[in-house]
Design a protein around this ligand. Structure first.
Ligand code: D9Y
Length: 331
């Protein structure tokens, strides 16, 4: 089997996150979910949430699904790197993504969500695509949609073709040759503790020379930006007039009028260049002339993160075979 579904940016201004339609239960309830290779819980806004925490999101009501079953005595609670989080109880039900159906998928129903989720009307929940070792359901942890589907897939892979300010796709079970050019460069994945962790072969700032130093980081579709070691980030912003690392804004900012260099990162011998226009993320507040950078320091984070800003300049294969690998291709 295979599946293919759209990855739609939730904001016309800048790509904060991407959502994908997912149908749950019988009759089908369709929610827009954020596919997140940096976590491994499938959770949704649900009929168990206080209405005060719902602001425009679609909800999943298990009691309206004839195929929903309570996973008795199980609960979940998750906190993300940005401090957002949610918790609740668990049902199993049919979940379909782009024509690919998994029966008895654990659907984690939110009973509480943090304010950043309440205020993001376009995200009705998440589909974790990390390794199932990261799943937070207790007392028995649950498998991700991908792990449940894997055995039935033509090939044990999913691919991400994210795009700048336009809809891309997540494919399951196949590699679409029409979505990339040249060869796919595969590198090893360390899935301990459960992220898609790989080593980049280095970076370059603008037209500067390539610094061939390995950078270990995670491929994270659920994070908007790129978080890298201070040495990389200072080398980049040294080239940006008026750039400063702002404590108040929580990262590197610069005058929106500044000229930005491109940023190139390596995967093996392959090179991927993020154009200057993508490197300015957004004005710090609407209308401000101060802009927040797409490249930020991973100092406070603990791991390096290749988020949507890096993923959107490539076609990426998440290979869940044995051993797992990750493939990057130009497009
Ligand atoms: O926390 C991270 N990443 C961290 C960013 C800082 C550095 C460490 C990693 N990703 C989350 C993301 O922010 C969330 N957010 C919700 C509101 C709309 C935008 C998306 C969404 O929920 C889980 C995941 O995706």
């Amino acid at each position: 089997s295979t599946g293919s579904a759209a990855a739609v940016p939730i904001n016309a201004e800048f790509d904060i996150a991407y959502v994908t339609p997912v149908t749950l239960g019988t009759p089908p309830q369709t929610l827009q979910l954020d596919f997140d290779s940096g976590s491994s819980d499938l959770w949704v806004f649900s009929s168990h949430l206080p209405t005060s925490q719902i602001r425009g999101q679609e909800i999943y009501a298990p009691n309206k699904s004839s195929t929903a079953k309570l996973l008795d005595g199980h609960s979940w609670s998750i906190t993300y790197g940005d401090g957002s989080g949610s918790r609740g109880n668990v049902y199993t039900d049919n979940v379909t993504v782009g024509g690919l159906m998994v029966e008895r998928q654990a659907i984690e129903c939110a009973q509480q969500v943090s304010s950043s989720f309440t205020s993001e009307a376009h995200i009705d929940g998440l589909v974790g695509l990390g390794f199932s070792t990261l799943n937070t359901v207790s007392p028995k942890s649950q498998l991700t949609f991908f792990d449940n589907a894997k055995g039935a897939l033509d090939s044990p892979v999913f691919t991400a073709d994210l795009k700048h300010k336009q809809a891309g796709t997540y494919d399951f079970g196949f590699i679409d040759k029409a979505k990339y050019t040249g060869e796919i460069t595969y590198v090893p994945v360390n899935n301990d503790p459960g992220y898609w962790t790989f080593s980049s072969s280095g970076y370059a700032v603008g037209s500067g020379n390539f610094s061939a130093s390995p950078i270990s980081g995670i491929a994270d579709t659920g994070t908007s930006l790129i978080y890298l070691p201070t040495a990389v980030v200072t080398a980049y912003y040294r080239q940006v007039q008026g750039a400063t690392n702002s404590r108040s804004y929580g990262g590197y900012v610069f005058p929106c009028s500044a000229t930005l260099p491109s940023f190139t990162f390596g995967v093996g011998e392959a090179r991927f260049t993020i154009p200057p226009a993508y490197m300015s993320y957004a004005a710090v507040t609407p209308g401000s002339s101060t802009c927040f950078g797409g490249l930020q320091s991973s100092n406070g984070v603990g791991i390096n993160i290749w988020g949507d800003l890096a993923l959107k300049v490539a076609f990426v294969v998440f290979n869940g075979g044995t051993p797992p690998t990750i493939g990057w291709a130009a497009k």
